[in-house]
Ligand binder design. Structure first.
Ligand SMILES: Cc1cc2nc3c(=O)[nH]c(=O)nc-3n(C[C@H](O)[C@H](O)[C@H](O)COP(=O)(O)OP(=O)(O)OC[C@H]3O[C@@H](n4cnc5c(N)ncnc54)[C@H](O)[C@@H]3O)c2cc1C
Length: 286
């Protein structure tokens, strides 16, 4: 196993300066819950680890008039306990409850989870329903990117060398009234085979807006736009019948990652049933 040199900057300015000094051999470490296992397995071999845990500014969960801004060192447990997230972004709170075990939630960060870009992440589907963006800083300046564009495939993103993610920003006006999150995993606490986040608005029993995201055994978590657009305008009580009648959900079919132990047919059927069940829970306020 490679022995990396750990560096402990106290400010974002120091983080950026260390990136410049260390070059391509440097990696940021937040909670270490994914990076440490990757290093132990020899899948990542950084010369330097730039540890963010002494940068106090990055722990903050901040509300502005229109947004909630989740700092790079805010852990999944802090998100679970944040009254702002519970009250204003319930879909993210529901998803955070499903992340692994207390130990992983105490150390693992939401921003680290997004940067790791595991297709089975519980948090990314919820963030996609919120049209969340990731805020990146480098010596060349700042940029913000929608998560749907930031994550490009399994464990891959558009982050550039020398860039650090400082926060994820969720727009409060993207939050709908009805939300639910569900996952199918082999065992409790495991990463999901299939995950689904749903965010809906209905008026007089009619669906006014719908956002559905899925993750799991897919190339990356995605919005299921082909179902979303077809359920808007439907009476709420007809949604399940509509899903039952859809033979193939194209967006999911095109994204399934072949797996030795589970057939594509099994995965397609699991995603359809999970979407149906998550929609039903969202409508019944569960
Ligand atoms: C046993 C186990 C079970 C798990 N189960 C689940 C689960 O059920 N659901 C789920 O959603 N997640 C699960 N996870 C993942 C976990 O939730 C963490 O979110 C995840 O490990 C990443 O967060 P971290 O802070 O530990 O990131 P780290 O491990 O520190 O970093 C992960 C990656 O992101 C990069 N990175 C981190 N922060 C930044 C930053 N600010 N800027 C740029 N790059 C950055 C690192 O360089 C690294 O490449 C599990 C992890 C473990 C170990």
């Amino acid at each position: 196993m490679k022995q990396s040199k750990v560096l402990n900057p106290k400010t974002l300015a120091e983080v950026l300066s260390l990136f410049e000094q260390c070059g391509d051999g440097a990696r940021v470490i937040a909670g270490g819950q994914s990076l440490v296992p990757m290093i132990s397995l020899g899948l990542s071999e950084p010369d330097f680890l730039i540890n963010l845990s002494s940068c106090d500014d990055l722990f903050v969960i901040k509300k502005t008039r229109k947004t909630i801004n989740i700092g790079a060192m805010a852990s999944v447990s802090e998100i679970l306990n944040s009254s702002q997230v519970i009250n204003l972004l319930p879909i993210l709170n529901f998803a955070a409850k499903k992340v692994a075990t207390p130990h992983v939630r105490n150390f693992g960060t939401l921003v680290g989870n997004v940067c790791h870009a595991d297709p089975s992440s519980d948090l990314i589907p919820a963030l996609l329903c919120l049209d969340a963006q990731i805020d990146l800083v480098s010596k060349d300046g700042k940029r913000s990117v929608l998560l749907s564009e930031f994550i490009t495939g399994p464990y891959s993103t558009t982050i550039r060398g020398g860039e650090v993610a400082v926060s994820v920003t969720c727009q409060l006006d993207k939050q709908s009234k009805l939300a639910s999150y569900k996952k199918v995993a082999r065992r409790a606490g495991d990463l999901g085979i299939a995950t689904c986040a749903v965010s809906l608005d209905s008026h007089k029993d009619c669906i006014e807006s719908a956002k559905i995201s899925v993750g799991g055994y897919l190339r990356k978590a995605i919005r299921v736009l082909d179902i979303e657009k077809n359920i808007v305008g439907l009476p709420a009580h007809e949604i399940c019948t509509f899903i039952d009648g859809v033979e193939k959900i194209e967006s999911i079919e095109n994204s399934i990652l072949p797996d030795g132990s589970l057939t594509n047919n099994y995965l397609s059927a699991t995603f359809s049933r999970l979407i149906r069940s998550t929609l039903k829970d969202a409508l019944s306020g569960k």
